[in-house]
Design a protein around this ligand. Structure first.
Ligand code: GDP
Ligand code: MG
Length: 175
């Protein structure tokens, strides 16, 4: 089909839903509303045609294993989100990365995947430095991209999605 599916993974509370809502609707809310699972659709340009970008906002680490597997199998590109205010939230990504890698490694050699350090507006609460996250990327995630965002201010949110789409060399996509 003509769909391009992006799946957003990460621990509860890191700002997955906030990032997706900021990107899709341009809004932000301070309240924490736990997500079941939501998919948002946007029309984008793909190989000089239009296609549908589907963004799946997952529940976080307590997903049903079958649901998680399905999301990985169907997904074309992955956004792994942690909060720079929680080292634990970065470590929780190890497991999901392994699942993605084990499922996708045979499809092609590079999996479009970006590590996103959200809540970079909370500088005083920071537990993960940009250097540490970069190193995590090169050592654990086999060299994916790293970007810091704030769903609250909107900093780098569009760029994170754009960067992820540009990693897929099999199609030429733009927002
Ligand atoms: P999710 O569980 O990963 O979907 O996280 P949510 O998007 O529901 O956000 C969890 C909490 O963090 C909410 O209270 C949000 O308002 C807050 N939050 C999300 N993104 C940011 C951000 O970039 N900066 C700050 N300061 N708070 C954020
Ligand atoms: Mg959520």
């Amino acid at each position: 089909s003509n769909d391009y599916r992006v799946v957003v993974f990460g621990a509860g509370g890191v700002g997955k839903s906030s990032l997706v809502l900021r990107f899709v609707k341009g809004t932000f809310r301070d309240a924490y509303i736990p997500t079941i699972e939501d998919t948002y659709r946007q029309v984008i340009s793909c190989n000089k045609n239009v296609c549908t970008l589907q963004i799946t906002d997952t529940t976080g680490s307590h997903q049903f294993p079958a649901m998680q597997r399905l999301n990985i199998t169907k997904g074309h590109a992955f956004m792994l989100v942690f909060s720079v205010t929680s080292k634990q939230s970065l470590e929780e990504l190890n497991h999901i990365y392994r699942e993605i890698f084990d499922t996708k490694q045979n499809d092609n050699d590079t999996i479009p995947l970006i590590l996103v350090g959200n809540k970079c507006d909370e500088e005083g609460q920071r537990e993960v430095t940009a250097d540490y996250a970069q190193e995590y990327c090169s050592k654990i995630l086999k060299g994916c991209g790293y970007i810091e965002t704030s769903a609250k201010t909107g900093h780098n949110v569009h760029e994170a999605f754009q960067e992820l789409l540009s990693m897929d060399k099999t199609r030429n996509m733009s927002l």
